[in-house]
Design a binder for this molecule. Structure first.
Ligand SMILES: Nc1ncnc2c1ncn2[C@@H]1O[C@H](COP(=O)(O)OP(=O)(O)OP(=O)(O)O)[C@@H](O)[C@H]1O
Length: 237
């Protein structure tokens, strides 16, 4: 009897030999990256090493100077600041870019998923920082993206709100299964959320960790801190 057919794991992002420079200065130099469907990848690296530059290139926001990127045309992006339109109510902010028919209902469902289902007609100015980021998350997920790009989305939140957001993001990502790339400065956040953690250095991926292996989180934390040149402290959570 034939063995069951096993398809190779499908990648949602595939980058080969990426080069990105600003005015002749190369920030990304021959970078390779794959993200599989439903995979949650975190990207760490020293300030200025090119994390946001990579994310923008994946989002198709910038031209590249070399190499090849294969990624969905319209990935959803969540930035550190919520970027909500102050003159639109919450539901319209979430519905932005949806076809008009059924847009309000879809926005309502997405806002309910992030715990703001009763605030459809409220305004961005009435939200706390954490609530505004939840709306930004709803706006990203309502598009049902194959790829979700996070650029330090929780960095401006207080520690408790950040931990609550981690729980919510885990739940939503498990349900919707987009490929995720999370740019973060927070080693503990990367360990809490990602199945795979990449460290960026000198314009390329310098190290890879899989914190979900049994017994791996503590070792991964120490290795990551050493790679990032930071003295270890107690885990934040
Ligand atoms: N528009 C731009 N024009 C010129 N140089 C830029 C531009 N954007 C970024 N850079 C440079 O590219 C390098 C990488 O920047 P990038 O923002 O990608 O780093 P990062 O790893 O995301 O940093 P951080 O962690 O501090 O956010 C930096 O040296 C930065 O000065």
């Amino acid at each position: 009897m034939n063995a069951p057919f096993q398809s190779p794991r499908e990648s949602v992002v595939s980058v080969h030999g990426l080069v990105r420079s600003y005015g002749g200065r190369r920030v990304i130099e021959g970078l390779d990256l794959r993200i599989e469907r439903g995979e949650f990848v975190a990207l760490l690296g020293e300030s200025g090493c090119g994390k946001t530059t990579l994310l923008r290139a994946l989002a198709g926001l910038d031209e590249i100077q070399g190499g090849h990127i294969s990624a969905p045309k319209r990935p959803a992006v969540v930035f550190q600041e919520h970027r909500l339109l102050p003159w639109e109510p919450l539901w319209a902010n979430v519905a932005l870019g949806l076809p008009p028919r059924g847009a309000r209902e879809r926005a309502e469902a997405a806002l309910a998923e992030v715990g703001l289902g009763t605030r459809l007609d409220d305004w961005p100015r009435n939200l706390s920082g954490g609530q505004a980021q939840r709306v930004a998350l709803a706006r990203a997920l309502v598009q049902e993206p194959e790829l979700l790009l996070f650029d330090e989305p929780f960095a401006a939140l207080d520690a408790l709100t950040r931990i609550r957001m981690h729980g919510l993001v885990k739940e939503l990502v498990t349900r919707h299964r987009p490929g995720v790339l999370l740019v973060t400065h927070d080693v503990d956040e990367a360990i809490a959320l990602a199945g795979r953690i990449l460290v960026m250095r000198d314009g390329a991926i310098a190290a890879e960790h899989r914190p979900s292996r049994p017994g791996a989180p503590a070792a991964t934390r120490a290795e990551l801190l050493a790679e990032l040149g930071v003295a270890p402290t107690h885990a934040a959570h």
